[in-house]
Ligand binder design. Structure first.
Ligand code: ADP
Ligand code: ASP
Ligand code: MG
Length: 403
């Protein structure tokens, strides 16, 4: 078999752990498999580099940020390759560029456009273990790009797709996908299987165990994806097609996203086309808008509230301020002390009352809901950040996810 094994930050967090990873890869190779490894930076390293840049600028150039941040993964890839060579294996470390990963030009959140796997394939044919630095690629101009935070998951899935690997294993610091973040709710249960669609919702709604775009791509390319721990041999969670899952629970999991900010636009001129103007400008600035609420107009003005990821707040403010300057918006306010809790499950498609239960759970705990949005398989609520953990735990209880 050809197996892609990705190791996240904690799994390569120090030199001893990198040696453990080398041992695990070695064991897989000795079983007769070809292995391509994808690594993250050592835990905390990427944040440390971000902190260095912020020492000099509150809004550093994205091109330079990519040059900086991509270095963390190169350190781990080379160290792991050295460790494997020392164990008697043939191994080679590759940057994203060497691995043939070509992206678009959106620095710090680039999309993979294509992968030319020839160099990786040739190395595998020569009996080498290929160790790729995750999270990075190269654009048409030859500049290094990065794939968004958590992007090594995406590197792994994309490489598994390009190499038509039999399996893509994501090794992390928990033993699989749980009904909610086990660090918030110790009663959370590990799932044996979860559908691509549910996993995509959970990941998009804040469960950072997998980067959302990696799940989207795994679904598209039909990659056999398993999440498991690098600290034991415990079986992980298979992420697969919905039809491969026999028992479909009503609710599969609860997600929490603390990384949201709310923007309130007050006294917005109520004319046809105003929403289109505001949200098109936000889209052009690559701001990811999530929930939107517009109130009924009074005296020819209205209020519009929406949420964005905290990381997009700087760009969103710049857009909003233009409208304030030209008088189409009277005033704006920003609130970062919010979070979004979501209930996800394919079973909702055919059952009524799931949303109602979420709302009454909030009511019983005296938690005020600020915004709501729903889809076929999720219910999301924006609440004050101070209630985040209480909300997650009481929803987990309400849907009896520990049973
Ligand atoms: P890595 O560094 O290996 O990429 P991450 O920190 O990105 O690991 O993701 C793993 C973390 O995701 C876990 O430690 C856990 O706290 C968190 N997490 C959030 N939601 C879930 C969930 N539903 N199941 C498992 N882990 C979750
Ligand atoms: N090191 C990068 C990050 O911390 C990418 C990753 O770990 O997946 O976001
Ligand atoms: Mg991660």
């Amino acid at each position: 078999m050809l197996i892609v094994q990705k190791f996240g930050g904690t799994s390569v967090g120090d030199l001893e752990r990198i040696q453990n990873v080398a041992n695990r890869v070695s064991t897989t190779v000795k079983k007769g498999h070809d292995v391509v490894v994808v690594v993250s930076a050592m835990s905390g390293e990427t944040n440390k580099l971000v902190g260095y840049a912020e020492h000099f600028s509150s809004n550093p150039s994205r091109v330079e940020m990519d040059m900086l941040l991509s270095s963390g993964e190169r350190v781990t890839a080379s160290l792991l390759s050295i460790a494997l060579q020392e164990m008697g294996h043939k191994a080679v470390a590759m940057t994203g560029r060497k691995a043939g990963i070509v992206t678009d030009n959106h620095h710090t959140k680039a999309r993979i456009e294509e992968i030319d796997p020839t160099t990786m394939q040739n190395a595998v044919k020569e009996g080498k273990i290929v160790v790729v630095a995750g999270f990075q690629g190269v654009n048409e101009d030859g500049d290094v790009t990065t794939l968004g935070r958590g992007g090594s998951d995406l590197s792994a899935v994309a490489i598994a797709g390009a190499l038509q690997a039999d399996l893509c294993e994501i090794y992390t610091d928990v033993s699989g996908i749980f009904t909610t973040d086990p660090r918030i709710e110790p009663k959370a249960k590990k799932l044996d299987k979860i559908s691509y669609d549910e996993m995509l919702e959970l990941a998009s709604l804040g469960a950072k165990v997998l980067q959302n775009r990696s799940v989207e791509l795994a679904k598209k390319l039909n990659v056999n994806l398993v999440t498991r721990t690098s600290f034991s041999d415990e079986e992980g969670t298979l992420i697969t097609k919905e039809e491969n899952i026999m028992e479909k629970p009503l609710v599969s999991g609860i997600a929490l996203d603390r990384n949201q900010a709310r923007i309130s636009l007050l006294g917005v001129k109520d004319r046809p086309g105003i929403a289109s103007d505001i949200f098109n400008k936000l889209a052009a600035a690559e701001v990811n808008v999530d929930m939107i609420i517009q109130n009924k107009a009074v005296d020819e003005t209205t209020n519009i509230d929406f949420t964005v990821p905290v990381g997009d707040l700087h760009d969103a403010k710049a857009v909003v301020e233009e409208f304030v300057k030209n008088g189409e918006i009277q005033d704006e306010s920003y609130n970062e002390d919010i979070c979004k809790v979501s209930v996800v499950g394919v079973g909702m498609k055919s059952h009524a009352g799931v949303a109602a239960k979420a709302f009454s759970t909030m009511a019983q705990n005296n938690i005020n809901i600020n915004m709501i949005s729903t889809s076929e398989i999720k219910v999301s609520m924006v609440i004050d950040e101070k209630y985040a953990e209480l909300a997650v735990r009481s929803l987990h209880d309400a849907y009896q996810l520990d049973k």
